[in-house]
Design a protein around this ligand. Structure first.
Ligand code: FES
Length: 116
């Protein structure tokens, strides 16, 4: 990973298989918690706070499909695009962060609102 003033290079597009996620540590992003980059089965990439808003679970370990990630602990779901809760027991959103794909590489803008 490389950090520049314009963002953090997380990985090359081919480094994160569909249905998988890659977590960037808080030390790396300067954010207040880890952020994960999710590769949805639509082929799109999204970035959300990695820690579930319901408990201490890593969303990167969850099930990624259909524009949603399902928490591995109690199966609450979040919208990958917005971070909004989609099913109980989650009621609070997680933050969505802006990503850009440039020249086959994924760039994360931690703390910048994702379009959508
Ligand atoms: Fe994620 Fe409970 S910790 S749904």
């Amino acid at each position: 990973m490389t950090t520049t003033s314009t963002g953090i290079r997380v990985a090359a597009v081919g480094d994160i298989p569909e249905g998988e996620a890659l977590t960037v540590t808080a030390e790396r992003t300067g954010h207040d918690g880890p952020i994960s980059v999710f590769h949805d089965d639509s082929g799109d990439f999204f970035a959300l706070d990695d820690t579930c808003s319901h408990g201490q679970a890593s969303l990167a370990d969850g099930w990624i499909e259909g524009g949603q990630v399902e928490c591995p602990l109690h199966s609450g779901k979040f919208c990958l695009r917005t971070g909004k809760p989609q099913s109980m027991p989650v009621t609070e959103p997680v933050r969505a962060h802006r990503l850009e794909i440039r020249d086959g590489e994924i760039w994360l803008y931690a703390g910048e609102e994702a379009a959508g």
